[in-house]
Structure formats: C-alpha cells, structure tokens
Design a protein around this ligand. Structure first.
Ligand SMILES: C[S@@+](CC[C@H](N)C(=O)[O-])C[C@H]1O[C@@H](n2cnc3c(N)ncnc32)[C@H](O)[C@@H]1O
Length: 449
C-alpha cells in the first residue's frame, strides 16, 4: 500500500488547518447572509420516490455507476455525527448507519454479487428519477444537470474505435425516456485543480451543465441521414463557441455531447436505415466522430509545414522515422525535408528524421525575425516558455508572435485530442495546459511585452 496524500496536522499552519477551515465556513455564512438573511433548507430524500409537492426548479449532480460508494463512505463520519446530533435531527439520524438500499449506485454487493443486476438497478433508477423530476419541474425554468464524467473512463464501445461512455449513455437515456430535450450546454469550472485525482493526470476541469426542457409534443421523427446532416451543420459553430470560451481541451469531448445531444433529443426518434430507432450509444459515437471531423477541418487554417508536422507527429510523435517516409509525406504536400529542417521543425540525419523536441528549440528564438514562421513552431515554443519560465514570459512571447498565436491555440486543441486518442497522456497534458493558461497569457500588461 502506498500513501499518496497525508492528512495535514489540523493544528499546524499548513492548508487544511483548523483555523482556516473555520474561517472558510464563516465566509460562506457571511456571503450567504450579506443581502439579509437567506434561509436555506436541506432535506434528505430518495429522488426516485418523491421530489416536491409543488413546482420546483431542479438542479442535479447525479451519481455515476459505482464510481463512489457515497453511503459507505459517509458511514465513517455518520457514526460520530449521530452521537452528538441525533437529538437535534432525530429523523435524519433515525438509522444506525447511512441508508443504503435506495442509493442509486451500481454496487454488486447490494445485488447479491451480480454486476448486471447492479447495473440494471442503477439504470432503472435513473429513468425513475428523471420521470419524477419531469413531473415536479416548474415548466418556466429548465432542469439543469451537472455531469463531470470523462468519456475515456468508459470501456470500449461497440461502435468501432469510438469510445462511448456508459455513464453518459445511461444519464442521457434516462433524460430522453422522460421526454426531456437538451437545449443548452454550459461547461462550468467546478473542479479544484489541486484535488488528489487531478494532480499529474488529465482529469476533467469542468462539469458540463446541461440545460433541459420537456420536448414539445408532437416531436418529429427523423432519419440517420438527416440527423447526420444537422450535426454537420450545427456542431462546427457550437464547438467554435466552446473554443472561443477557452474550454480546456480535456473537456472538449464531453462538452461536445451537449450540442450533439441537442440535435438528437429534438426528435422523438432517429430511425436507422433498417427502421429501428437509433440508440443513444450510436448517437454518442456519431457526435465523437463529428468532433474529430470538425477538428480536422480546422487543419485547413494551418500552414503546410504544420500540416506535415501534425501528420508525422500522429505516426511517430517525437521519435525517429525513415527519411523515405518523411519525404513521401512532404512531397505530397509540395514540401521538402530540407525546407522543413530550415523552418526549425525537424532534425534529419543518416536516413532518419524526427521532429525537434521542445528541449532542443533555441532559447533565443525571435518570431519577428523568423522568415518561415509556422504554427507548429509557435505552439511548441509557447509550451516550452510556459513550462520553463511561466505565464509572464510566455505572454511576452505570445505578444511578439501576433495573429498566428490564436491559430496555435487551435493546434493545441487538435494535438490534445490526438494525444488522448493515442494514449499519450503526458504529452496531451502540455497542450491542455497551454489552452488553460491562455487567458493569463493574453493579459500580460503591455509594459512587460
Ligand atoms: C455526484 S454526487 C453529488 C455531489 C455534490 N454535487 C457535491 O458537490 O457534494 C451524487 C449524490 O447523489 C446522492 N444519491 C445517490 N442516490 C440517491 C437517491 N436515490 N436519491 C437522492 N440522492 C441520491 C449521493 O449520495 C451523492 O451525494
């Protein structure tokens, strides 16, 4: 067993100390009472059994299969809290341990060891909960669903090489069965970057908030072909908007589900060519495919040198490959290996070619005197500056690059997605970090540029 995070000493001055914790709680109380006392109330109930007697505005952050055993974990604290609070909240602490039976997670331990029974319980519960929500939701307001589940955490889908998450599929199926339609998607920064699962991994930075409304009746039925045509029409703009909002590349695939599902959920059914209704799983695979297509289409804004580097990187990353192969790829793009070497993109020797690694790039590189400036170089230099010298220095470099810097950000999205698909997590992290730091690079005061 290896400890990864130790508890801090609560009486020390480090983060997590007792005084800081008390201050945080006090700050919340002050904020929530600053416009006069706001009375909040909190009730525990089973969302599959009852919700509200009058129209309510519902916002939910549902559980994901067996990701976390909330009730089991809660027992750790519950037994102590119960001792002191049972007389104050007798109903809440009526049971000796936290209630487990109604908990909406897929735990085989609660289904006589059967994984499939556990999954069935979870899936049926989701549909029940959304049907309840549908009947309780105030029609004037949308239902909002927070979802922070990464698609790649799922097992391989049955739809080619596209990863489709069972967590997303179940959640969306529950929503659609209750005749909800997705009307908007808001990625929201909800996750603390320093939390233990996020350190050193490409963990999600955002939750995706789906705004949903009851689908108007009668809802149209469409075909696979028309669904694909609408996706093609609507996804590019939606993704552009997400990128303009500087969504972290690590969140892009999840965020794309929203606009894609907005198209899918508009219809009562999307019919496959054999007349059967399209499954949510298939729609998710098609949305993922659509995202790939949009990102590849954005390649047209890159210069030919960068397009060569991208194609080479996909095959070899920064490793060596054969000169002949590199030349073939270059000729197809009307380029030469000598020219690419001159552009500061690659290293070629003894019949072998490789892309220059970031630690080989010249420290004193000046974009204003580079007469073959490429988006590839710009991106790699920005990442290197950011990594080695921090945001202020990278911001100064970005200011000297001018307009091409914005295109570098698009390349970072493209490279992140490519690395994720290839399983190059560490390399992917660099591209994600560049986009996440982007707003800070743009705000470097002119004085320092
Ligand atoms: C993803 S977590 C929500 C976390 C919360 N947003 C937060 O930041 O602390 C899902 C929650 O759903 C609760 N839950 C599980 N089954 C439930 C049920 N049948 N009815 C109501 N809540 C349930 C779990 O106890 C857990 O707190």
């Amino acid at each position: 067993m290896i400890w990864d995070y130790a508890e801090a000493n609560p009486f020390a001055n480090s983060s997590g100390n007792l005084i800081r914790m008390a201050d945080l709680v006090a700050e919340v109380l002050e904020q929530s009472c600053s416009n006069g006392p706001v009375i909040g109330s909190c009730t525990q109930f089973d969302s599959t059994a009852s919700i509200a007697n009058e129209p309510a505005i519902i916002c939910t952050d549902p559980p994901y299969y067996d990701n976390i055993g909330y009730a089991d974990l809660s027992d750790f604290f519950y037994v102590w809290l119960r001792k002191s609070l049972v007389t104050i909240y007798p109903e809440l602490f009526a049971t000796l341990l936290v209630p487990k039976k109604q908990e909406l997670i897929a735990s085989p331990f609660r289904s006589n060891g059967s994984k499939s029974d556990a999954a069935a319980f979870f899936e049926a519960g989701f549909t029940k909960a959304f049907l309840r929500i549908r009947s309780s939701q105030d029609q004037m307001y949308p239902l909002t669903v927070f979802y922070a589940f990464k698609q790649e955490e799922a097992e391989e889908g049955d739809t080619g090489d596209q990863q489709v998450s069972t967590g997303w599929e179940t959640m969306l199926e529950g929503l659609l069965r209750a005749d909800f339609q997705v009307t908007a998607t808001w990625p929201s920064r909800s996750e603390r970057p320093g939390r233990s699962v996020a350190v050193g991994t490409n963990a999600l930075a955002s939750s995706i908030v789906l705004a949903c409304r009851p689908r108007p009746e009668p809802a149209p039925i469409t075909t696979r072909k028309d669904f694909l045509a609408s996706l093609k029409k609507e996804l590019p703009n939606a993704l552009r908007n997400l990128q303009k909002g500087n969504i972290a590349p690590v969140d892009l695939a999840q965020a794309a589900i929203g606009p894609g599902m907005a198209v899918f959920s508009r219809y009562k059914k999307v019919l496959e060519t054999d007349g059967s209704p399209m499954r949510v799983r298939t729609a998710l695979a098609l949305i993922n495919q659509g995202l790939d297509e949009v990102l590849s289409e954005q390649e047209s804004e890159f210069d030919p040198d960068t397009r060569w580097a991208l194609a080479w990187f996909e095959q070899h990353q920064f490793d060596e490959g054969l000169y002949g192969e590199a030349e073939l790829l270059a000729t197809a793009k009307a380029l030469s290996i000598a020219g690419l070497a001159e552009a500061g993109i690659l290293h070629s020797r003894a019949g072998k070619v490789r892309l220059l690694r970031r630690d080989e790039l010249p420290e004193d590189w000046d974009p204003t005197s580079d007469n073959r400036l490429t988006v590839w170089e710009v991106t790699q230099h920005l990442i290197r500056r950011l990594d080695k010298h921090g945001e202020t220095d990278a911001g100064k470099l970005k200011a000297r690059i001018g307009g091409m810097a914005e295109i570098a950000r698009d390349l970072a999205y493209r490279l992140y997605t490519l690395c994720e698909r290839k399983g190059w997590a560490e390399e992917a992290g660099y591209y994600n970090s560049l986009v996440v730091a982007w707003p800070s690079l743009s705000s470097v005061p002119e004085l320092f540029q």
